[in-house]
Design a protein around this ligand. Structure first.
Ligand SMILES: Nc1ncnc2c1ncn2[C@@H]1O[C@H](COP(=O)(O)OP(=O)(O)OP(=O)(O)O)[C@@H](O)[C@H]1O
Ligand SMILES: [Mg+2]
Length: 482
């Protein structure tokens, strides 16, 4: 798709910058306008409606941030890219938070300028097009396997897109299973380093004794067992991206070592003689409260500030409006395909249960849940194909997370049929949980079916008599709900 942008406005008090843009972008057929002051810029924006504005953060009189605010007042959808000098990255990041699409650091490499302009204009073209489509289609945005139609996730995608082409360190925060690694890979895949390696380093599972050899690598004979030389993770990530996963779990000693590499930009293999310069973009992820760790002295403040540059927080699944359906549909199709099954749908009852549940393990938990359900179900995923913890699922997420971790096995699926399955549940409290859940489920299904027991029994996948006995056993009555 070729999008024909017409006008680009360059706001900078140095005329040579405008000239340079005109030259470079003119080659690609863009019309470049210039303005030297904020006033001039506002007037040109008003009159010419440029597709894209480049805005210097330092202007005489009014600074770029203030001008950005004025532009956003008069034309809220104006696409703006900030121009910064060295040492102004913080301001640029602030501008992006205010809604600037991106920023560029001067001096400007021509090739990068063209890529950024093209991406920016394509994105706008794309979002205009999507806007015009039906709601259903516009809900879904994916880089192949990345699902999220909720405003919360659209925002994440936007941040990923904005930050990807810069070498800024990214810190990903979010509960377990929210997709931090997926985002890290997306940032890399969208970056100018995409052709170079993405190297993950899981700090949670890295034994203290291996930290140095993993990070720095070693020469043959550096220590007993070093039979051959091995490059470290930093070296392997050279020109690419190093992903420090679960960085909150890094041992103190390792934190110090890491900090040193980040400060010096070079590594030395164990037993090696010279320092090797490395060019690595860092992405770190954590589900821990780093601020709290710092207060307790378990995480170094200087390292924290090195990592805490551009933060992307992944919202928990329960806060993503509408994504449960999109993700469920996606996983249903995926697992049918992968496992050669034919569960055509998720029943309304099962979906209702999934809606009430808090998903402490987030997307990963949903994924596992649907995988099991697809295996257990026939044509349709019914409540009894869901793990028992879901059936009890309203409240406290911490407890639920514990339950989730403890019960990620088969054999804990609620069966509404006589207690054969329940007998396999190990502890008394699990039995009670299952019972409560079962009772809730029956009450709800009866309510949905206006107390038509035959219909409720069908929905629950049990025979009429079983349901009748359960209603009696649980003393469920047809009280009108308040
Ligand atoms: N938006 C999404 N669309 C599709 N799949 C997703 C999405 N988010 C996460 N997943 C999938 O869910 C699983 C968990 O994601 P990921 O490993 O990225 O999470 P995480 O935040 O790193 O979790 P943890 O803290 O447990 O390491 C992965 O299999 C991932 O592919
Ligand atoms: Mg992870």
């Amino acid at each position: 798709m070729k999008i024909a942008p017409s006008k680009i406005l360059v706001v900078d008090d140095q005329p040579e910058i405008g000239w340079l843009f005109g030259k470079v972008l003119g080659e690609d057929g863009y019309q470049v306008l210039t303005a030297g002051t904020g006033e001039e810029a506002l007037a040109k924006i008003e009159k010419e409606h440029p597709d894209l504005v480049f805005l210097d953060v330092k202007l005489p009189g009014q600074d770029g941030i203030a001008l950005l605010r004025s532009i956003q007042k008069s034309r809220p959808k104006q696409l703006v890219i900030m121009l910064t000098g060295h040492g102004e990255v913080k301001t640029a990041v602030e501008a992006m938070k205010l809604g600037a699409y991106d920023y560029l650091t001067k001096p400007l490499p021509n090739d990068r300028l063209k890529i950024i302009v093209r991406n920016a204009l394509e994105t706008v073209g794309l979002s205009r097009e999507v806007h015009g489509l039906k709601q259903e289609a516009s809900k879904r945005w994916s880089w192949d396997r990345f699902i999220g139609g909720s405003p919360q996730m659209q925002n994440v995608f936007e941040l990923v897109r904005k930050v990807a082409t810069h070498d800024v360190t990214v810190l990903l925060r979010g509960e377990s299973g929210t997709g931090k690694e997926l985002v890290a890979r997306a940032v890399h895949a969208e970056s100018l380093r995409q052709a170079h390696p993405f190297v993950p380093l899981d700090c949670a599972t890295l034994p203290e004794a291996l930290v140095e050899s993993e990070i720095f690598g070693y020469e043959r004979g550096a220590f007993t067992g070093a039979l051959d030389r091995k490059p470290g993770r930093f070296e392997r990530a050279d020109n690419g991206t190093l992903f420090l996963d679960e960085v909150g779990n890094l041992a103190p000693h390792a934190q110090m070592k890491l900090l040193r590499v980040l400060q010096e930009g070079e590594v030395e293999r164990l037993g090696g003689k010279e320092a090797i310069t490395v060019d690595v973009r860092l992405i770190a992820a954590t589900n821990m409260d780093l601020e709290d760790l710092m207060r307790r002295g378990a995480f170094r403040e200087d390292l924290f500030h090195r990592l805490n540059v551009f933060v992307i927080s992944l919202p928990p699944l329960r806060e993503r409006e509408g994504d449960l359906e999109l993700l469920s549909k996606y996983f249903l199709e995926k697992f049918n395909r992968d496992l050669n099954r034919s569960a055509a749908e998720i029943s309304d009852e099962a979906m209702a249960i999934m809606h009430r549940y808090a998903w402490p393990g987030n997307i990963r938990e949903l994924q596992n849940t649907l995988k099991s359900a697809v295996i257990l179900a026939g044509d349709s995923i019914l409540p009894q194909h869901l793990p028992v913890r879901l059936l009890n699922g309203h409240g406290g997420t911490q407890t639920q997370l514990e339950t989730w971790n403890a019960s990620e096995r088969h054999g804990e699926f609620l069966s509404v049929q006589p207690a054969s399955r329940a007998a396999g549940v190990k502890t008394a409290s699990m039995k009670q949980v299952a019972k409560n859940a079962e009772r809730d489920l029956i009450v709800e299904t009866l309510g949905n079916c206006h107390w038509n027991k035959a219909q409720a029994a069908r929905q629950l996948g049990v025979d009429y008599k079983t349901l009748y006995n359960k209603i009696k056993a649980y003393r469920i009555t047809q009280d009108p709900e308040p």
